[in-house]
Design a protein around this ligand. Structure first.
Ligand code: AMP
Ligand code: ZN
Length: 462
């Protein structure tokens, strides 16, 4: 069985991955707060951890992996959006979830096994909050319930900070009812105009962190294998999730392995509305950038490195995918390449894995076996699927072009044997003009479709 190694943020080392239960490998990824279109940065964890999901399914079997990604549909930003627009909260969250699905589908991301909405698990959150009060890790103050960070000795272990350092670094205004400035909200009161649920602590709503702890416990258990998200979530969100879960469940770990992706930038700068370089996934799709190309660019950088979205990378990715799709049109995938899997299993080295695909493409074997392996491997990365292929007009080429080119090549061969060189060269020039690259090897010949291949130009040659 393939040995997977993952860089664990919790231990700060790359470790061999051993699931708690190989029959049910469990992963949780923090999902979006749903009030607006996902921007390109939001797509990075989705694509990166979709590759992990695919790799785990490949290694342990598709039915032996459970992937949970939540929708945060109760949040002050959503409330603010509702107040601004006069729309209902459900209207906004339903619409945004629909957009999210459409946009992430377009990037070839598989849907997680379960996508819980926070508002559907309020009961589980209230239970967990009550347990934390009962076992002395939380307290009620001024209508709020707060987690007492000093009650948990390991608080700060994930992010590697002490509570004192955190206080020194915090610029937040400290609420007077907090025992320690770093204590965080588990439950807060709601006024009548805000979403709220009845509870032992009055009508209110959950704090942000408790939802992931409660839903992860309900859907994956007290401890599970992988928890992932962007590195902006490491502190405080993931630190707080660990505190809540470990204190409520009496466990040492929430997840065995914690993975964090680095941030996405645009042309070397932080993506921000004020710099004018902010765009959503939908903006790019609407401009005609194929989802598959966005995915390819994302995967060309390792998830733990900052990634830069550039126009140049987009162009190169498009040319590469076009070339690969032409070369593999009509072929059946064979086995996934072993070297390719080794790259992926090495802490999701997608950049190395793509390098291996280039290597397979460049192998000059006559029988296209490498191309078939390229296809199988690329599919494991979520590339070269039929779903994402419309932009290359593969259907035009499939079956058709290969036959036509082969016929023309053998015609040329016959002309050459008959010493009708003018006729032979005319075919060669025509093929060149259509973007077919011909390689003569004595009396054998091979060809490949270049990036500029245009099947329409073959028409006049037949
Ligand atoms: P949010 O909806 O803001 O909670 O973000 C959803 C996910 O997107 C989280 O996992 C964030 O860490 C991630 N994220 C946000 N901005 C970026 C970015 N610029 N690059 C990569 N990931 C990001
Ligand atoms: Zn979370």
């Amino acid at each position: 069985m393939t040995t997977i190694r993952l860089h664990n943020s919790r231990t700060r080392t790359k470790e061999v991955f051993t699931p708690l239960d190989a029959n049910n490998v469990r992963m949780y990824v923090c999902g979006p707060t749903v009030y607006d279109r996902a921007h390109l940065g939001n797509a990075r964890p989705v694509v990166a951890f979709d590759v992990l999901f695919r790799l785990l399914r490949h290694v342990y079997g598709a039915d032996h992996v459970t992937y949970v990604r939540n929708f945060t549909d109760v949040d002050d930003k959503i409330n603010a959006r509702a107040a601004q627009t006069g729309r209902t909260i459900t209207d906004i969250t339903d619409e945004t979830i629909g957009w999210y699905h459409a946009d992430m589908d377009a990037l070839g991301a598989l849907r997680p096994t379960v996508e819980p909405r926070a508002t559907e698990w309020i009961g589980a959150m209230k239970d967990m909050v009550a347990e934390l009060i009962a076992n002395g890790h939380a307290y009620e103050a001024d209508g709020h319930v707060l987690f007492a960070v000093e009650s948990y000795a390991a608080y700060g272990a994930l992010s590697g900070r002490s509570i004192d350092d955190m206080i020194a670094g915090a610029r937040v205004e400290v609420a007077p009812y907090k025992r320690n400035p770093m204590d965080f909200v588990l439950w807060k009161p709601s006024s009548d105009d805000l979403p709220g649920w009845e509870s032992a602590w009055g009508r209110g709503r959950p704090g942000w962190h408790i939802e992931c702890s409660a839903m992860a416990r309900e859907l994956l258990g007290a401890t599970f294998d992988v928890h992932a998200g962007g590195n902006d979530l490491l502190f405080p969100h993931h630190e707080n999730e660990i505190a809540q879960s470990c204190c409520a469940n009496g466990t040492e770990n929430m997840a065995q392995v914690w993975l964090h992706n680095e941030m996405l930038q645009v042309e070397g700068k932080k993506m921000s509305k004020s710099l004018g370089n902010f765009f959503t996934v939908r903006d790019l799709l609407d401009q005609g950038v194929p989802g598959e190309v966005i995915r390819f660019v994302m995967l060309s950088t390792h998830y733990r490195k900052p990634m830069d979205w550039t126009e140049k990378k987009r162009e190169e990715a498009e040319a590469t995918l076009r070339k690969w799709r032409h070369a593999t049109a009509g072929l059946e995938p064979s086995e996934v390449d072993e070297r390719f899997i080794e790259y992926l299993a090495d802490d999701l080295n997608t950049a190395g894995a793509i390098g291996q695909l280039h290597w397979l493409f460049n192998d000059p074997s006559y029988d296209k076996s490498m191309q078939r392996r390229l296809l199988a491997s690329a599919k494991l990365l979520g590339l070269m699927s039929e779903d994402l292929g419309d932009w290359v007009l593969t259907k035009e080429i499939t079956g058709g072009a290969d036959r036509v080119v082969m016929d023309l090549m053998s015609q040329r061969f016959q002309y050459r044997q008959m010493k009708l060189y003018d006729m032979a060269d005319k075919i060669r020039d025509g093929l060149h003009a259509a973007g077919v690259i011909i390689e003569d090897q004595g009396d054998r010949y091979s060809y490949e479709f270049s990036v500029n291949f245009d099947p329409a130009k073959l028409e006049g040659l037949k």
